[in-house]
Design a protein around this ligand. Structure first.
Ligand code: PMP
Ligand code: GLN
Length: 434
């Protein structure tokens, strides 16, 4: 009997190769002579032959807002200031080094924890910027972007029933990973316009069940940064409670107006309980390479690596080697990054003078929030979609990052200013026309 003769070939193949006919509830012969769960009259379409129902571990999780808005921007040929990535390339010297390694035989597995030269370049940078001596062999692990590092750090410490504190609007990958470990996310909302952490609320929520606090500074999507008062409050809590800290510092080199980035690496008492995560994608304008790292004390790194070796095992060789060379030879790149992006922020905001939007200049990251309440009473998700379709300008609605939407600011959209000036000028024109 020819397989192609079956009206539903996929179904026929399942039945043939997995020999599951006997398990069928309603076997019957279809027109083609195959055993089929549908009578000849109804045998059409791609209905599965076995009624296995997969109960999702993440039933409430849909497609990320970044994919949704970038997809919509592409569909409507809109200027895409939604998903956070530059529309310019990484430094030529970096691309040259990666190309060099790729074309000179460095294309096999590197060590599981990352290549030696990159791990040590990271530990040198941490010493230079934050005055901390971290061991490149036992405390630095190269990961597949910050995303993988966040996953491994959460999986390393969170057990079923544990509580994890996050601050809303929270980056969207944290809560699902906590849920996969059987943990519970406790959401503490931050309020517009400055989105500072209310440490009294944190103190009220921390308990013996608190296993992890996730601190994201500079903060996506608001651009807020932690100051010394935040660190002091965190230290005080850490003296009383045994939680770990996951510091998402992917925008560590994008802090403005002369402020310092307060990395957890600076504070030995906080570092001893921290996983500090960063991303080369943000710093070197190469988000698509998906290479990041985690710095953590040896015992925490050991546990992190136990998981990393089975999630990703390791990260591609030529990019790691190229990044290591570039870090060693061009430290001015990350040192000058705050000025580079501050100029872009100011250029973008300059284009908005005279518009009906209001804002607080972003303190860090390459995102700027704009308040549109003088222009529309629409809900942010609806407006972001409408403006992508009609104005051909895509942004990210902020309310989607709140667990409790009633705590979300009502009229804020996030715009990414990691763009060429011409792109920012065009976006400014569109926004000023409203
Ligand atoms: N954390 C935050 C706050 C981010 O904004 C991002 C992505 N831009 C990530 C983590 C993930 O970084 P990566 O692309 O290196 O995985
Ligand atoms: N972090 C990026 C942003 O905030 C998006 C990354 C992603 O799409 N996963 O826009």
């Amino acid at each position: 009997m020819a397989e192609a003769a079956h009206p539903n070939r996929a179904e026929a193949l399942i039945s043939k190769y997995f020999d599951i006919k006997s398990q069928l509830q309603l076997p019957g012969a279809c027109a083609s002579g195959w055993v089929c769960q549908y009578s000849p009259r109804f045998c059409s379409g791609y209905k599965p032959i076995v009624s296995l129902r997969l109960d999702s571990k993440l039933p409430d999780v849909g497609t990320t807002i970044f994919s949704v808005m970038s997809g919509l921007a592409a569909q409507h040929q809109a200027l895409n200031l939604s998903q956070g990535y530059p529309d310019f390339d990484g430094p030529e010297a970096l691309l040259d080094r990666v190309t060099h390694y790729m074309t000179h035989g460095f294309n096999q597995y590197p060590p599981m924890i990352g290549v030696d030269s990159l791990r040590h370049a990271v530990s040198d940078k941490v010493a230079d910027l934050y005055g901390a001596q971290v061991d490149g062999d036992t405390e630095v692990t190269i990961s597949a972007g910050a995303t993988e590092a966040l996953f491994c750090a959460i999986a390393a410490v969170v057990r079923p029933g544990d509580e994890v504190i996050v601050f809303d609007p929270a980056y969207d990958s944290y809560a699902p990973v906590v849920a996969l470990q059987g943990g519970h996310t406790i959401h503490i909302p931050l309020s517009a316009p400055d989105f500072q952490i209310d440490w009294n609320q944190v103190a009220a929520k921390v308990s013996d069940k608190t296993r992890l606090i996730i601190i994201n500074t500079p903060h996506n999507p608001t651009g807020a940064v932690c100051g010394e008062a935040d660190i002091a409050a965190l230290r005080e809590l850490a003296q009383k409670h045994n939680f770990y800290i996951l510091a998402d510092e992917v925008y560590e080199h994008i802090v403005f107006d002369g402020q310092a980035h307060l990395s957890m690496c600076r504070y030995p008492d906080l570092y001893e309980r921290s996983f500090v995560v960063s991303s080369f994608g943000k710093t070197y304008h190469v988000t698509g390479w998906k290479v990041g790292y985690c710095v953590a004390p040896p015992d925490l790194s050991a546990e992190f690596r136990r998981i990393h070796q089975f999630v990703n095992f390791t990260v591609n060789t030529p990019v790691q080697l190229g990044l290591a060379d570039f870090l060693n030879t061009h430290p001015q790149h990350h040192r000058q990054l705050p000025d580079f992006y501050q100029r872009k922020r100011d250029y973008f905001l300059g284009q908005l003078q005279g518009s009906k939007f209001t804002w607080q200049p972003s303190a860090g990251t390459y995102f700027q929030l704009l308040d549109y309440s003088a222009l529309s009473a629409a809900q942010d998700v609806e407006l972001a979609k409408r403006w992508t379709e009609q104005l051909k300008l895509a942004s990210i609605p902020v309310s989607v990052f709140y667990e409790d939407r009633s705590c979300a600011p009502k009229s804020l959209l996030r715009f990414c200013f990691a763009k060429d000036d011409a792109t920012l000028a065009r976006a400014g024109e569109i926004l000023c026309s409203l």
